[in-house]
Design a protein around this ligand. Structure first.
Ligand code: GCW
Length: 714
């Protein structure tokens, strides 16, 4: 009997140690496996001293209590003074004067969110210190130390100073009040509105921890296609309950505001931004919000876009609308993030419309407003050139919007690491103010000396146990935070640190997964939209290929609008002979794209309508190159499958199996994309798929009749 119990106990422990459901994401705090590192950590971090008394200090203590015993497999005592081998986490003011003097030149240059990590000897004691000017910054420093330790790197000689480059590091949830998540592929919303404000899901705290660990300091809780109900008192109380959980972690809540709320919940007959009762209504609403949530961040607004109400309905401009809300929030230091994602089918090339509507308003926005711009001119495609607005509004702080949720990147089932996409955008030189006017220098506020700056990601989080459904979706959330903290970080090093924390530190495992991640974005471009194709997915749900689609309610939702393929050629002419969208870029940038014979092939069909026989830099004709790219994309996934299989021995069974199955779906869908697109384009140009490639598995009609009435996120 005893023996049986013992076996059961061992089994349970073993099972517990092995079970990996992904819930802890990159904060797993598993035992340090390298003996030398473990013993060094154990002796260096014999105790902790966290003298602060704020809720954030409590969060720091809680995190250390969770992390250190997990990694060191021994308890770490809390002390109330600095001893030999203590980890000290304290604001400068709480340190002994002597220590303050020793550190002041290092701490002085830090921003209020910046931290110093340092090993130092003080009064004959060797200590590890995390210090800063604020408790939130200490929390960031604590997570930075834990990040190093989870990667099993030495901490015996630390000196790291780090301040965030970008002020607002945000997530945008597209979560409806019904908990349905627009473009969400990871379950329903984590915000359980029905049980709030009384029931506080422990998950809210874990959400806060994960975000704080990567420097995220704000979150917009509800969808930009907003319901005005969120601004009513009962809902504001629910929002306040979430804000209370997030506050100690340095995360402010923001809400998407529906422009017509004064009508819908205020009983007014108009939402005209120049109407006095409308102004008063918003002022009172702001006052009410700040009484309930004293540190409320502000509003995000989608106006006059895709059917949303806005100032233009009253003959007013986006600036009039934004200023109305900004003035109401200003007394409380709130901000407005006004989205530039606007387009309408009656106007010009969709590519050009945000620029056309917004550049005339530069300088007209009040100073607590940022204009929020998607990274590309159309809509989060696998590859887009940068939005021409980036660099075209010097007087307005621009907040860069990325999409973490993979609406156009294989949705919930494709492994696509987005950091290379984020970096491609950040590193693009706009030439807006001479050379080196990169997108990074615009969105971090440096180029035009703006105090407000921001980067946001449309969240890929839902109530799936592992938050993002695809285990690798977590990497995109992670990378967004890390790059918003420091846009100069590299996609490969971010991948490495994420892998080590998420999967472990075995070098073969780390290298293999890193290769998979780094190639994944290019691979998805190849099997979905190579050579600058864009917006050729299924209508509405945006799932799968539908380049033939030409019956959408608006022409600018139709793939044929974007690829313009016919018997002779393919691509959207955006040069001077076409829509001339290229003229919206600075000449030095436009020049990269303006000549079809020198245009970077990645962007060719974004800017040129070329013949199927067009000679590509590879020497192939455009048609041959297109066939090559689609096939290379499928091969890329096959390679990822092999790479994943090669590391089976290093990964827990749960996640290994989960990712294997997802890669199978991705492989099937890559083939589907390739075959459907090539079947369609070859029906248009009457050219055969070259013999060295497989023929599409089915005829075109087969792909055209596929229906997905319940595709998620729509
Ligand atoms: O990408 C498109 C999506 C819409 C979304 C819109 C936007 C929230 O298909 O679902 O609406 O963009 O960004 O406003």
């Amino acid at each position: 009997m005893k023996k049986a119990l013992l076996i059961l106990f061992i089994f349970l422990c073993y099972h517990h140690a092995q079970a990996e459901d992904g819930y802890h994401a990159w904060l797993r705090y598993t035992p340090i496996s390298q003996p030398a590192i473990l013993s060094a950590y154990r002796s260096q971090l014999a105790s902790c001293y966290v003298p602060g008394k704020s809720p954030t200090d409590t969060a720091i203590r809680n995190e250390l209590k969770l992390a250190l015993p997990g990694m060191l497999q021994q308890s770490v005592s809390e002390t109330n003074s600095i001893q030999n081998h203590t980890l000290v986490c304290a604001r400068m003011q709480l340190l002994p004067t002597g220590l303050q003097q020793q550190l002041s030149s290092l701490v002085q240059p830090l921003d209020s969110n910046g931290y110093l990590l340092k090993t130092i000897s003080y009064a004959g004691k060797n200590i590890t210190i995390i210090t800063a000017k604020s408790d939130i910054a200490i929390l960031y420093g604590t997570f930075a130390l834990l990040r190093i330790m989870q990667q099993q790197q030495p901490i015996s000689n630390l000196q790291q100073q780090s301040s965030p480059t970008v002020k607002l590091r945000l997530l945008n949830h597209w979560d409806n009040l019904t908990r349905y998540v627009e473009r969400g592929y990871a379950g329903i919303s984590i915000w359980n509105w029905h049980t709030l404000p009384t029931y506080i899901d422990p998950r809210y705290t874990d959400y806060a921890r994960l975000n704080a660990s990567i420097g995220i300091n704000g979150t917009v809780l509800n969808n930009v296609n907003a319901s005005a109900t969120i601004l009513t008192r009962p809902w504001l109380l629910k929002v306040a309950a979430i804000a209370n959980v997030l506050r100690p972690y340095g995360i402010k809540v923001y809400l998407s505001a529906r422009f017509s709320a004064p009508i819908e919940i205020g009983g007014l007959h108009t939402a005209d931004p120049l109407n006095d009762s409308v102004r008063t209504w918003w002022q009172q609403k702001a006052k009410e919000i700040y009484t309930i949530i004293p540190d409320f961040g502000g509003f995000l607004v989608k106006a006059n876009s895709e059917g949303q109400p806005g100032p233009q309905s009253y003959g007013r401009t986006h600036a009039d609308g934004a200023n109305l809300l900004a003035d109401a929030l200003a007394p409380y230091s709130g901000i407005v993030m006004w989205r530039a994602f606007v387009y309408n089918p009656e106007a010009s090339d969709r590519f050009k419309q945000a620029y056309e509507e917004f550049t005339p308003l530069d300088g007209k926005f009040h100073n607590n407003i940022l204009v929020q711009v998607k990274n590309g001119p159309v809509d989060f495609q696998p590859r887009e050139p940068i939005s021409p607005l980036l660099g075209a509004m010097p007087k307005t702080p621009l907040l860069l919007e990325y999409q973490l949720t993979q609406e156009y990147l294989g949705q919930g089932t494709h492994l696509v690491y987005e950091a290379p996409l984020f970096k491609e955008v950040l590193e693009t030189d706009t030439y807006a103010n001479g050379k080196n006017s990169t997108v990074a220098s615009i969105v971090d506020g440096e180029l035009y000396h703006h105090t407000l700056s921001g980067i946001t990601g449309v969240s890929n989080i839902g109530n799936e146990r592992n938050w993002t459904n695809h285990p690798f979706g977590q990497a995109n959330w992670y990378a967004l935070g890390r790059l918003a903290w420091n846009p100069q970080l590299h996609a490969d090093s971010i991948a490495t640190e994420w892998i080590r924390q998420t999967f472990g530190c075995n070098p073969q495992l780390v290298n293999t997964i890193q290769q998979m991640m780094l190639q994944s974005r290019e691979t998805v471009v190849q099997y979905m939209t190579p050579l600058g194709l864009h917006h050729i997915m299924g209508n509405g749900h945006h799932y799968g290929p539908a380049p033939w689609s030409n019956h959408a309610p608006r022409p600018d939702w139709d793939p044929v609008y974007y690829h313009k393929a016919d018997r002779y050629g393919i691509g959207f002419d955006r040069t001077a002979t076409g829509s001339n969208a290229l003229a919206q870029y600075q000449p030095a940038l436009a020049q990269h794209y303006s000549d079809s014979s020198t245009c970077d092939p990645h962007f060719l069909l974004w800017f040129h309508h070329v013949s199927w026989q067009h000679k590509m830099p590879s020497g192939k004709t455009l048609w041959d190159e297109l066939c090559y790219q689609y096939n290379a994309g499928v091969k890329g996934i096959e390679q990822m499958q092999q790479q994943w299989t090669s590391i089976a021995g290093f990964i827990d069974k749960e996640r290994f199996h989960q990712v294997s199955m997802l890669l199978d779906i991705q492989h099937q869908e890559a083939i589907w994309w390739r075959d459907a697109c090539l079947a369609y384009f070859s029906s248009v140009n009457k050219l055969p798929v070259p013999a060295q490639y497989p023929m599409p598995a089915h005829n075109l009609e087969y792909y055209q009749q596929l229906k997905f009435p319940f595709a998620p996120g729509n």
